[in-house]
Ligand binder design. Structure first.
Ligand code: PLP
Length: 499
């Protein structure tokens, strides 16, 4: 036995904030257990007699006795009648470093581990990518946030109570990894009616988000190191999902009519799929023309490629009718349609879905079953009822009207207050407005100046691959009232002109 009992360490541990709410005997046993696990007490070390320790700590002997009983029961100490209590040999020898020197946990914590040490190559890549930082508060001019402050929470709450009552057993047990049948039926009906899709409930896969859908696409359609075609500029969430699967991102430029089919046709990378936002290109706002939609589906059919159609906010189209989705005009069933409720309802819901070509349904459902089983049953069934009872349609119609007015307010405010600094490009729909900076204004500097005025200016150039970047912003407006928009744009103009 080389080591004396560390009474001082025990006293320090006993004062740990984490232990404060516990009964005294539990605090003593936890503190001793921590010393044993940290190898501050070696196997075989003799613990003080209960009477002695009680006197030193100023507690009743029974309290220490109870702590020792607990440690003995859990196997941390052995008690030898007539001899005393000892740290058990079975808790293992202390950690030793390469030199054979004993390492205490405190030493270990000081070891300078590089970020990502111990991760796979893919794990390091994902760590370095920074993930996706979602906007958690309503703030000018964060992109993509819907109006949440007036969401009819009372209706949602009532429906949730109803489904809990009506489907108690179903909700408490596991659900179908493909999604609850009533919700799949409601989504299919909605897509066929409102988005011009041609799908059955059997083709719907209910997921937690667009990002989960893209992650699954990356896993199932693209091998590591192989190419994937992405719009340029494009959605960073898509780029990150494919990069996380070690796919090689090949950018394809977009113009005023969406993705350039001449470039896609000329692509010789051998990519198995292309990711597009045809109804409302992110971030330019372009709508893919019908001619290009048909060309895209022909391209996919002739070359045996997949089209991943991200239809993230097409419900919000303000000038004329929205174009039908690509899935609906794709006679050859090469399109994987991706939808989300993050924009039409609220992002905290974490509900999205795919409408898949029939031959992909099994593979995607099985991959999903490995990933996280299924989406929570209560949420799926509440949403199904929200849709069946007509609340979804009504909410989307109300929001479309509200957002159209907010878009106009934003266009007006940019025109009035930011003349000579930025020009807004009028989008036909969506929840944000792309703006191009006038010559002499740097995107990075304007973002810094805005931040010091408490405003978030999402930059445009980070959405471009390569050197042809445009300097500008993409201004979210949908979560702000018209009054807030006016105030925020005025504040931005003030901060930029003052500098
Ligand atoms: C192009 C695009 N697709 C999809 C989404 C929605 O993503 P999710 O469903 O993961 O919330 C966004 C959100 O900003 C987006 O910009």
């Amino acid at each position: 036995m080389t080591q004396a009992f560390e009474l001082e360490s025990l006293k320090i541990r006993l004062n740990d904030a984490d232990l404060q709410p516990l009964d005294l005997h539990l605090r003593i046993s936890r503190a001793l257990r921590a010393l044993i696990l940290d190898a501050a007490l070696d196997p075989g070390v003799k613990l003080p007699a209960t009477r002695a320790l009680a006197a030193t700590l100023g507690v009743a002997r029974d309290t220490v006795e109870n702590a020792y009983v607990q440690l003995h029961r859990d196997g941390y100490i052995v008690r030898r009648g007539g001899s005393g209590s000892y740290v058990s040999d079975t808790v293992g020898a202390p950690l030793r470093g390469a030199s054979g020197r004993r390492i205490k946990l405190r030493d270990e914590q000081r070891l300078d581990l590089a970020p990502g040490a111990g991760l796979s190559r893919r794990g390091r890549m994902i760590l370095e990518s920074g993930g996706v930082a979602d906007q958690r508060v309503v703030q000018a001019f964060a992109t993509g946030l819907p109006e949440t402050r007036t969401f009819p929470v009372d209706v949602w709450e009532r429906l949730q109570r109803q489904v809990l009552k009506d489907h108690r057993d179903q909700i408490l047990l596991h659900g179908d990894p493909q999604g609850a049948a009533p919700l799949r039926k409601a989504i299919a009906a909605y897509l066929n009616l409102e988005r011009g899709a041609k799908v059955t409930a059997d083709q719907i896969l209910v997921l937690s988000s667009t990002r989960q859908a893209l992650y699954l696409c990356a896993q199932l359609l693209v091998d590591a190191g192989k190419p994937i075609l992405l719009e340029n500029p494009g959605y960073f969430g898509a780029r990150k999902a494919f990069e996380a699967a070690e796919a090689k991102v090949v950018p394809i430029d977009v113009d005023a009519e969406g993705i350039r089919m001449d470039l896609l046709g000329a692509d010789r990378s051998g990519a198995a799929c292309v990711y597009v936002t045809p109804s409302h290109q992110y971030p330019t706002g372009a709508t893919l023309s019908l001619a290009r939609r048909l060309e895209l589906t022909r391209w996919a059919a002739e070359r045996g490629r997949w089209i991943i159609e991200d239809d993230y906010d097409s419900e919000f189209h303000y000038d004329g009718l929205p174009t039908a989705c690509v899935q609906g005009v794709d006679k050859h069933q090469r399109t994987l349609y991706v939808g989300t409720f993050s924009k039409t309802l609220f992002p905290g819901l974490r509900m999205g879905y795919m409408a898949l070509p029939p031959e992909l349904v099994d593979a995607f459902t099985r991959a999903r079953s490995i990933m996280d089983g299924h989406t929570p049953q209560a949420v799926q069934l509440t949403l199904a009822r929200f849709m069946e009872d007509g609340h979804y349609g009504a909410h989307v119609r109300a929001m479309r009207k509200l957002y159209a007015a907010r878009r106009n307010a934003m266009l007006q405010a940019v025109d009035t207050h930011l003349a000579g600094i930025a020009t807004a490009l009028r989008p036909e729909g969506g929840l944000q407005i792309p703006c191009l900076l006038a010559r002499g204004w740097s995107e990075a500097r304007t973002i810094r100046l805005a931040a010091s005025a408490g405003l978030q200016l999402p930059g445009l150039s980070r959405l471009y691959a390569g050197p042809q970047e445009r300097q500008g912003w993409i201004l979210g407006y949908s979560s702000l009232t018209e009054y807030e928009i006016e105030l925020a744009v005025r504040r931005l103009a003030g901060a930029l002109r003052k500098a």
